[in-house]
Ligand binder design. Structure first.
Ligand code: SF4
Length: 406
């Protein structure tokens, strides 16, 4: 099935379609949504908590935080808002904009059902994609939820998708994480208790509310039942979004997408490199926001990583020294390393030890994880570069970087 022109991805399913059910014909309007999924049952807060706990539902952004724990952390009264984080700032990820574009009513069912159960008067949908925003606004005209629902455009920077950056933007501030760690469940929208989660999480809640825990658990792992959306890109014949049972082997997904052999990046630009796709099952937290990038064997891995490191450094919000200076230093280290300078390797090792755990958000930690795992997995390439001759391959730009020209 091919999406509309503006989204330009193919949608495929391994196993049963749940979130993507009925989308063969494109965007599901209210009528087609209801004929595919049926009406959304009205559940209580206790129902949502029990269901989420029973199936071990985890958030489908990057942090994979258990939904039941998030619900338990909210006060019993005075919850201000439910926030749908659709900012999807990982450059490769497309699953959330796909859901908002093609299945807006499923996401809205999850968010509004939970808002009513929590007594929250506001539902806010933060989105960084014009087509997705239009689709949600169109869907809102087809329904009446009795809540104040707003669709807000958020900036496209990487850290703008961080939960507290989204809340800052929704409150009229800058879309950057505040310099202190505050839980949205305590101080969120309007500095009041807020339930914020990723777009896919709300779609999963809408499916869970309809199926109940037993039917929801008929696929996936015993420890983590259900399905997941994955975005696959890079050296593959068929890039796009795939719905799979949780626990599907990575090899099966790579084969399905026609991936070339070679290293695989799991979890996006805050994720980890694997030397190949063998022996890994796809589940949280390892799969993070569901991004899989196949590198292939035709490009220079160190050059690719250096290119992404430049982009990661450019995405720092510029307020924490270890992030601003540490990431800039790492860009320089990887540049020298790729040119065969041994001091680049030594300095990278030193800086990778200094950067993590010292920023106000997870950006430096995630960037360091990505770079450190590259040095491990591409050890042979590092040796070739340090021997002076490089690895003999061009940097082809297999790893997508916003604004890159390849
Ligand atoms: S760690 Fe970096 S991205 Fe995060 S808030 Fe600090 S400067 Fe901004």
């Amino acid at each position: 099935m091919t999406l509309s022109h503006a989204t330009r991805v193919d949608v495929r399913v391994i196993g049963d379609a749940r979130l993507l059910a009925g989308l063969e014909l494109g965007r599901a309007d209210r009528h087609r949504h209801l004929s595919t999924h049926g009406a959304q049952p009205e559940l209580t807060r206790e129902d949502y908590t029990k269901l989420s706990e029973a199936v071990g539902l985890r958030g489908r952004g990057g942090a994979a935080f258990p939904v039941a724990l998030k619900l338990a952390d909210l006060p019993t009264r005075g919850i201000e808002a439910v926030v749908v984080n659709g900012s999807e700032s990982e450059p490769v990820s497309r699953k959330d904009r796909l859901l908002l574009t093609l299945a807006p009513h499923l996401v809205l069912d999850g968010a509004t059902g939970l808002a009513r159960a929590l007594g929250a008067p506001h539902v806010l949908i933060a989105v960084h994609d014009m087509e997705a925003a239009m689709s949600v606004r169109e869907a809102l005209m087809e329904r009446n939820d009795g809540l104040a629902i707003e669709v807000t455009d958020t900036p496209g920077r990487f850290v703008a998708g961080e939960a507290r950056a989204v809340l800052s933007a929704l409150d009229g501030g800058l879309a950057i994480p505040p310099g202190r760690r505050v839980l949205p469940t305590r101080k969120g929208y309007h500095r009041r208790p807020t339930l914020l989660s990723n777009v896919e999480t709300f779609a999963q809640l809408a499916v869970l509310a309809r199926l109940g825990a037993k039917r929801f658990s008929s696929t996936g792992l015993i420890s983590e039942p259900g399905t997941q959306l994955l975005t696959i890109d890079g050296a593959v014949q068929r890039p796009g979004v795939i719905e799979t049972p949780i626990g599907v082997p990575l090899e099966a997904v790579l084969r399905f997408a026609g991936a070339e052999a070679g290293p695989v990046l799991l979890g996006g630009y805050h994720g980890r490199w694997l030397p190949h796709g063998g022996g890994v099952v796809l589940k949280r937290p390892e799969v993070s926001a569901g991004i899989i990038l196949a590198l292939g064997t035709d490009t220079c891995p160190l050059g690719e990583v250096h290119r992404v490191s430049q982009w990661l450094a450019s995405q720092s919000a510029g307020q924490c020294g270890p992030c601003v200076f540490g990431l800039a230093s790492l860009v320089d280290d990887f540049d020298r390393l790729a040119k065969g300078d041994p001091s680049g390797w030594h300095d990278a090792q030193r800086h990778l030890g200094l950067v993590p755990g010292r920023g106000a958000c997870a950006h430096p930690d995630g960037s360091a994880r990505f770079l450190a795992s590259a040095l491990e997995v591409f050890g042979e390439d590092v040796r070739l570069h340090l021997a002076g001759g490089g690895c003999g391959r061009q940097v082809r730009g297999v790893l997508p970087v916003p604004g890159g020209s390849w």
